[in-house]
Design a protein around this ligand. Sequence first.
Ligand SMILES: Cc1cc2nc3c(=O)[nH]c(=O)nc-3n(C[C@H](O)[C@H](O)[C@H](O)COP(=O)(O)OP(=O)(O)OC[C@H]3O[C@@H](n4cnc5c(N)ncnc54)[C@H](O)[C@@H]3O)c2cc1C
Length: 431
Amino acid sequence: MNDSLISLTPYWWEAAPLSESAEHAIPETCDVAIVGAGYTGLSAARVLAAAGLSVHIFDKQRVGEGASSRNGGILSGNLRIGLSAAIRKYGVEVAVALYHEGVAAREYLAATIKDNNIDCDFQMNGRFTGALNLEDFEAMKREADVLNTHIGIGAEAIAKPDLPHATGSTAYSGGLLRPDIGMFHPAKFHRGLLELTEDAGAIVHGETAVKGIRRDDAGFTVETARGRVKAREVVIATNGYTDASDKWLRRRLVPITSRIVVTEEISGNLMNHLMPKRRAMGENRNLYRYYRPTPDGKRILLGSREKPFTSDPRASAGHVRAGLVSIFPELADVAISHSWNGYVAFSREELPCIFKRDGMHYACAYCGSGTVWAHWLGTKVALRILDEADGVSALEGIPKAIPLYEGRPWFLPAAMAWYGLQDRRKERKPR
Ligand SMILES: Cc1cc2nc3c(=O)[nH]c(=O)nc-3n(C[C@H](O)[C@H](O)[C@H](O)COP(=O)(O)OP(=O)(O)OC[C@H]3O[C@@H](n4cnc5c(N)ncnc54)[C@H](O)[C@@H]3O)c2cc1C
């Protein structure tokens, strides 16, 4: 395979290129300044601007260049912790409230897309998660029962003999089908949300870094690379791209690099065999791997962690591609056309969170599942600023600082190696 032919630009940007940032003047004052123009920042801005507030959003990159136009587009609104484990950890009431919020967040995203006719290849056709061994499949069956009892989402355990209906892979011992999960084209959705936000009256400043924020009597002074603005309220929506301008948040969020590969076009017959339902797929690994067809159904996109101990994107793409071939050996001769990476943010709690601290509003730590949560919690932040009762969330909470950590995740190689070892152990168990 000739790696030099791989494009290192996100596949999604071909159908929805990032637009050049229009240069708007920095105002002296505004009602709300938002740092970060991904789904979180735009979702907050849209609601606030529609309510008549003057809203300015600042992004240090081109608008949308963070995770929100380069993700896998899987709409899970999931929590890292399964419902059974959440019940053990938090008790039934809290765990069920958390999971119900995920349902509401998915429905709200679907409504935003439909009500505003956002053209983003949205489909809600379920996600299959493959079990790496029989013991894991038994646990999935129990989890399906718990999900159906408490959340009523129609989860279905699929035993090995029925797997060919769900996947052409023979790598699994069974799996879990969640019909309430879907997919979209992430960059098209970002573009649609940006249009709605600008139409509502918010001003988006691309390539304008926020260098620092100072609290004063009237609110805040926001220092940007292009000038200073006084704002009554501030929203921090920087998630995995949080930089040293917010040292407090940097000590609480671990940016983890996530890499995606996309294959060249695959024949219709082979696609029908590998992905008969053309739906989102995943595996129950600690080092999570997920895959899906592209919206035209002709290619497969797979996301996973970077290859450890290399900064060479092509070597990392080769590593992720090998993972794809281990799922579908039929793809051994199919080349990769695109590969890129981006940052997701994890907190110690491994839960998305929304909170107010020192007068500023935050929503972050989506732990790799932010397509649904960012839109939901960004909206919640806006409702809080507007003092609306709907601003409450079961995800309220300030993430704890990580000991001996200031933003450079020195512990990740060891943690990844440990999780990789656990996954190999899983693979060796009876199938
Ligand atoms: C490769 C990849 C695959 C993913 N796949 C999925 C998936 O399939 N499903 C899913 O649910 N989630 C997925 N995610 C996660 C999801 O994309 C994110 O959780 C979500 O987009 C976060 O949105 P956001 O608006 O909070 O942050 P972002 O979209 O990352 O935006 C944050 C912005 O803040 C800006 N910023 C940071 N510091 C400053 C500063 N000082 N001044 C100005 N601007 C600043 C950055 O430039 C950035 O644009 C994936 C993420 C990646 C990277």
